[in-house]
Design a protein around this ligand. Structure first.
Ligand code: CP3
Length: 356
């Protein structure tokens, strides 16, 4: 276990705020970090990115990935740092061609049907992901004592959707048609991803990650039965496998767009926290979820671009409604490149200057 995750008695230091909130403690000032807190809204990120020679190169060069992870910590002093990488390093490590086109987002050599699964192999998984583990290791010594290190991966459905669509998609027609028409073949892909993702996350913990978050950014596109089969069950299985190796590592799930099914995720997935998307009503979340799991979220990232009175009153209202139980302040989805860094500083001021 890394030095930074020792408890009070061992280190005579207060335990980190994020770990306390994820253990179910209600804190007067909640810990705060932001999804995608390292990225293009920061001039220092754009500078490092310019010289990295491609986005995947940035993810796979430990020195640079460590640097960009630390940039938002230096500038804002968030309570947690999230490993700088991407959810698409897993398909890359399974042998699929992945590249990032400037201004167009990710591109992959798409899988057309279950016959294409023979193009994937988990044998080189850890070799290809070794630079990521090295980044985690470097970060666990470089971070300030009070900052928690979060590792992450994409959930099987969200990652599978990129593997089949060949990039981002509006309606997920190819991936959903495959899943509806050939559920056994699609299950084989999901199982392969459950396996690779569990092994990937377990290695991140061994390298020093203290918390894990699983991003199911596109879970909101399914009817209930398919949500259960392709989103909830695979995430629950990953949590089970990670916890059978590392029972104490807290896991946060982000089933974006799950709506009422957030209640089932909170009750059934075995996670310590759920990250709420922007649309989840706060009173409902406090009543139906917070007695079972820590809640994280859920400021609209566009309010952080807009700033002003609506931004400030929305932050206050999230604090009012969710600070009655275990809570971690975050956005409802990733920060966008247009965000003025001053608005992020203002957000930290409001959250930290208002004990409740
Ligand atoms: O949170 C952090 O600071 C850690 C880094 C992180 C990135 N991607 C870096 C990144 C994390 C946690 C992710 C997760 C990720 N990646 C998700 C799940 C979260 C979400 O936002 O829904 C998804 C769906 C992806 C796939 C992906 N990667 C897309 C769709 C894009 C293009 C969109 C964009 O913002 O450009 C990426 C690229 C990407 N991943 C960038 C960053 C900083 C921008 C690349 C660049 O610098 O050009």
């Amino acid at each position: 276990m890394s030095q930074s995750s020792r408890t009070d008695a061992e280190s005579a230091k207060p335990r980190k705020l994020l770990l306390r909130a994820l253990a179910g403690e209600r804190l007067p000032v909640p810990p705060i970090w932001l999804m995608r807190q390292a990225g293009r809204y920061l001039p220092e990120y754009r500078e490092t990115r310019k010289d990295a020679g491609g986005f995947l190169n940035l993810c796979f060069t430990p020195e640079l990935a460590t640097e960009v992870t630390l940039q938002p910590i230096r500038r804002f002093g968030f309570d947690a740092a999230i490993l700088f990488s991407d959810i698409l390093v897993v398909p890359h490590a399974l042998g699929q061609k992945v590249w990032f086109q400037e201004g167009e987002g990710p591109k992959l050599e798409a899988l057309a049907d279950s016959r294409d699964l023979t193009r994937l192999s988990p044998t080189a998984l850890h070799d290809k992901l070794e630079p990521v583990y090295e980044t985690v290791d470097r970060l666990s010594s470089a971070l300030p004592d009070e900052t928690t290190l979060i590792g992450f991966a994409g959930a099987p459905w969200t990652v599978a959707s990129y593997m089949i669509e060949g990039g981002s998609s509006k309606d997920f027609q190819k991936a959903k048609t495959w899943a509806y028409g050939d559920p056994e073949g699609f299950q084989t892909l999901i199982d392969l991803l459950v396996d690779a993702t569990s092994r990937y996350l377990i290695r991140q913990v061994q390298a020093g990650a203290e918390v894990l978050q699983i991003f199911d950014s596109w879970s909101g596109v399914w009817p209930e039965p398919q949500f259960r089969r392709w989103c909830l069950a695979p995430m629950a299985e990953i949590v089970r496998r990670v916890k059978s190796e590392h029972p104490k590592v807290p896991v946060i799930l982000f089933p974006r767009g799950a709506g009422l099914l957030y209640a089932d995720v909170a009750a059934e997935a075995g996670a310590d926290a759920v990250s709420l998307d922007t649309t989840v009503p706060l009173a409902w979340a406090a009543d139906h979820l917070q007695s079972q799991v820590t809640l994280q979220g859920n400021l609209d990232p566009i309010l952080l671009v807009a700033g002003g009175e609506t931004f400030e009153s929305s932050v206050e209202s999230i604090l009012d409604r969710l600070s009655g139980g275990p809570f971690v302040f975050n956005l409802g989805h990733g920060i966008v490149p247009q965000t003025p860094p001053e608005h992020v500083a203002k957000l930290l001021d409001i959250v930290r200057s208002r004990p409740s």
